[in-house]
Write a protein that binds this ligand. Structure first.
Ligand SMILES: Cc1cc2nc3c(=O)[nH]c(=O)nc-3n(C[C@H](O)[C@H](O)[C@H](O)COP(=O)(O)OP(=O)(O)OC[C@H]3O[C@@H](n4cnc5c(N)ncnc54)[C@H](O)[C@@H]3O)c2cc1C
Length: 383
């Protein structure tokens, strides 16, 4: 169905771009406004589970996915490099609807921008500061002046969402108690094959994910007070210090990463909301359900949101009712990611040696089927 219905998406991240594609497929003329002129986080990798890969296929991106991604591993190891649990390719196919895949964020982003229609659709350097709505439509306002009107407004403006704040009031971020450092680097995969996955230490974790073209995405987490700066010897030295308890290849990866390419983020989430929509305005992605990254589901859920949003709005004349339907379908699942992810992160960041030993024993002895069922709850879902 073609129409002159219009949608405005605030935020050109993974969620906002996926929403733009989905809304176009539902027959909307879409504009995405993005406050920055140069997109951040180009230096990091990201993993997408089967649920997000399927959702991207629904958006017509199937053929590109394999070109820019690489099959990863769900293995967990001790800090000494002993395997705690593993997901074999057969397990992944049987239980999870396929293996987790590693992407370079910049390439995932580029793929979404191209599919959404590039600069025809995405306007960078436009900072939304709020909106007004009535029964005929919604108008967004911008810090540099001007307004944009549309039939529906999607706040996909991330964890610091201004749209969420206007809809539901200001609330503080919740600090998870740890900081994460991330990098991507070119490194021979044959030196790391069979070793991919996440390593659990004491108050820290290390992980490495294969990306295409012999690149590796690595991360380190460490319990730390909120809001700290880099140490006196610089970011790389600090993260190398935290990686000391892990096998030598962890430090080789960090050492090979240019210092300016190492990202540092305090890990936050937000309290689950009971509503996402008011009238013609709704939330999507981190704006709706910012989660800690422990389940690797933040972006995956944003992509699921996008598919459902397009589906409910397709052909409908009652935008508000469709947004309530979207929220009804999505909110419980996305909120449970916040809760489960926070919980698993807390266990992963335990510091006490006896508790860590016990944790590792429990995970090692846990029947495979139970472990896989936990992951399948999110990863095996088809939106
Ligand atoms: C360390 C770490 C690792 C992670 N790893 C994974 C992983 O492996 N797998 C996974 O699925 N998820 C992961 N996540 C989560 C994932 O990054 C997010 O859930 C996802 O990027 C959210 O996408 P989004 O589009 O909703 O928000 P964002 O990516 O935050 O995008 C929001 C966009 O809106 C723009 N914006 C903000 N305010 C305005 C405004 N007022 N006007 C206009 N534009 C605005 C911002 O500039 C930004 O570009 C990780 C997160 C972290 C912190």
């Amino acid at each position: 169905m073609t129409s002159n219905r219009t949608a405005l998406v605030v935020g050109g991240g993974i969620g906002g771009l996926a929403a733009a594609i989905s809304l176009q497929q539902a027959g909307f003329h879409v504009k995405v406004v993005e406050k920055v002129s140069v997109l951040r986080e180009v230096g990091a990798g990201i993993t997408l589970w089967g649920n997000a890969q399927k959702a991207l296929r629904h958006l017509g991106l199937g053929e590109h996915l394999e070109e820019i991604s690489m099959v990863g591993s769900g293995a967990v190891w001790t800090n000494q490099g002993e395997q705690i649990s593993n997901i074999t390719p057969a397990d992944a196919n049987k239980w999870l609807g396929g293996a987790v895949a590693g992407f370079h964020r910049a390439e995932l982003h580029a793929m979404l921008i191209e599919k959404a229609g590039g600069n025809e659709v995405l306007e960078t350097g436009r900072h939304c500061i709020g909106f007004e709505q009535d029964e005929r439509g919604v108008a967004a306002q911008f810090s540099e002046g001007g307004m944009l009107r549309a039939d529906v407004l999607v706040g996909a403006d991330g964890i610091q969402s201004i749209i969420r704040q206007q809809l539901f009031g200001k609330e503080p971020l919740r600090y998870a108690g740890y900081t994460a450092w991330r990098g991507t680097v070119t490194f021979p995969h044959d030196q790391l094959d069979g070793l991919w996955g996440e390593y659990w230490g004491r108050g820290t974790r290390f992980g490495m994910v294969p990306l295409t073209n012999n690149r590796v995405y690595w991360f380190v987490t460490k319990n730390a007070p909120e809001g700290q700066d880099d140490g006196p010897f610089g970011r790389k030295q600090e993260v190398l210090e935290y990686a000391r308890e892990y096998p030598a290849y962890s430090r080789a990866l960090i050492e090979a990463t240019p210092e300016h390419m190492i990202l540092r983020n305090d890990i936050h989430d937000r309290k689950p909301l009971q509503r996402w929509s008011v009238g013609r305005v709704t939330l999507l992605g981190d704006a709706a359900h910012a989660t800690t990254p422990n389940l690797g589901q933040g972006a995956c859920q944003a992509i699921e949101d996008a598919v459902v949003l397009g589906r409910v709005l397709k052909g409908t004349v009652d935008v508000s009712a469709a947004l309530r339907e979207y929220e009804k379908i999505r909110i419980q699942r996305a909120n449970s990611v916040i809760v489960d992810s926070r919980r698993i992160g807390a266990v992963g960041q335990w510091e006490n040696s006896a508790a860590c030993w016990l944790r590792n024993q429990i995970f090692r002895r846990m029947p495979r089927r139970i472990l896989l069922r936990q992951i399948a709850k999110y990863a095996a879902y088809e939106v």
